[in-house]
Design a protein around this ligand. Structure first.
Ligand code: T4K
Length: 384
């Protein structure tokens, strides 16, 4: 069955929040009146400022999506176009965009295994992957679990490397100290429809200061400085006014939604506690963050479950429950990456094992208690 068929509402892995349509209409009227549809208009400026305040970051540049934001960040860090074939230490356990952006600008991803507690690149393994060609580290805060930014940033400083954090999943994750999004040189967020904060499509680069923001803003707009001056080979990475207007309406709703997802998380944990105690599943780690965004519920289905992870995935689908195997296959298993340094599964035992076991359960703010119960019931039915 595909989502939408059958009589009961399908339970999707995620569903975007939308404000009531009536709340968007005044913004649409303004847009129709002003005809200022894109190119850093008033909605764009308001959203940039509102997000910088909301996330408590010194500088934020909006982008049309997270992938282009990553490309722009690589350019701002002068990492693209490395004539001598620059290498970037990164994780195989992510959405494929993380590695695609490296290849897109001619960099070579070097895959490093992950830490089973954070699902993120294991800082203890970075040293061994270093070569004279290493230029940077591109870690990912997978599912919003913070990487060990202290260890990663210290490693990078020791070796003169740049650090670009793929924070696509980490919107609203709060850690002690200056904050997760201020680690490394730059961080990139995704505002795709499947994310906890979305603008249909969208993204942002978080930087340390106004100078970096100005550089990113120019890269986003073809490199234009003014009407007659172009200072870099930029791109069209702009978010349009309609996207920004939608984003502004999302902001006041975020905390309520986070709390609902936290309640779903707690219900899953309680409902699966006995299966975890028997070793049939491994519950997601409890985040070390002060505030987690609960964007995902990554459950590991072990051999003790009895039926395999893929069988459970299939049985849930047949019951109208569309869990997802994020992130299987590993990026390093895709044909364009399988010959890259570090891609051999023997060098990635933790990531390989977790990718075999992982199943992200439905997690979004519009899930009802009954739907959560349905998910738990179907999982129990599948235990062999
Ligand atoms: N880095 C990381 C670590 C990322 O995870 C991502 C994106 C990026 C970089 C790149 O950022 P962007 O350029 O995308 O801003 C989804 C998203 O398309 C992708 O943005 C996301 N990561 C990835 C983890 O998930 P799919 O292929 O799983 O999406 P799809 O269409 O199967 O949707 C998943 C579920 O969401 C479906 O069950 C239905 C529901 N859905 C989806 C959409 C698009 C809706 O209800 N409404 C919608 O409009 O990739």
């Amino acid at each position: 069955m595909s989502p939408g068929e059958g009589s009961v509402r399908p339970i999707l892995v995620t569903q975007p929040d939308l404000p009531p349509l009536a709340e968007l209409l005044p913004s649409l009227e303004l847009l129709w009146e002003s005809r200022h549809l894109t190119n850093q208009g008033p909605f764009h400026q308001r959203l940039e400022q509102a997000l910088a305040e909301h996330l408590q970051v010194p500088a934020l540049s909006l982008f049309c999506n997270g992938t282009v934001a990553l490309l722009a960040a690589l350019r701002a860090l002068a990492l693209d176009g490395q004539a001598e074939g620059g290498e970037v230490l990164t994780t195989p356990y992510s959405f494929v965009a993380t590695a695609h952006v490296l290849r897109w600008v001619g960099l070579t991803p070097v895959f490093v295994d992950i830490d089973p507690e954070t699902f993120a690149i294991d800082p203890a393994r970075l040293e061994a992957a270093l070569t004279p060609r290493t230029r940077a580290v591109l870690p990912v805060h997978v599912y919003g679990y913070p990487c060990d930014t202290v260890a990663i940033d210290a490693f990078a400083r020791r070796h003169g490397l740049k650090v670009l954090y793929d924070a696509a999943h980490a919107f609203g994750v709060r850690t002690p100290g200056p904050g997760l999004l201020r680690a490394g040189d730059l961080s990139v967020l995704s505002f795709h429809a499947t994310k906890v904060f979305h603008t249909f499509e969208g993204g942002a680069v978080i930087g340390p200061d106004a100078r970096t923001k100005q550089q990113l803003d120019r890269i986003r707009n073809f490199g234009f400085v003014d009407e007659v001056t172009v200072d870099s080979i930029g791109i069209n990475g702009k978010m349009n006014e309609l996207q920004a207007a939608v984003g502004l309406l999302q902001l006041p709703r975020l905390e309520d939604h986070r709390q609902r997802r936290a309640a779903v998380d707690a219900a899953y944990r309680a409902g699966l506690a006995d299966l975890a105690a028997s070793g049939a599943v491994v519950l997601p780690p409890v985040s070390r963050a002060d505030a987690h965004n609960h964007g995902y519920f990554p459950l590991r289905v072990t051999a003790a479950f009895g039926c395999g992870r893929d069988d459970l995935y299939q049985r849930l689908r047949e019951a109208g429950i569309y869990a997802r195997r994020y992130f299987h296959p590993l990026i390093s298993e895709f044909p364009m990456y399988s010959a890259m340094p570090g891609a051999d599964p023997a060098q990635l035992p933790v990531a390989t094992q977790i990718a075999r076991e992982i199943l992200c359960l439905p997690m979004h703010a519009s899930l009802t208690d009954d739907e959560v119960e349905r998910v738990l019931r179907e999982i129990r039915r599948a235990v062999a």
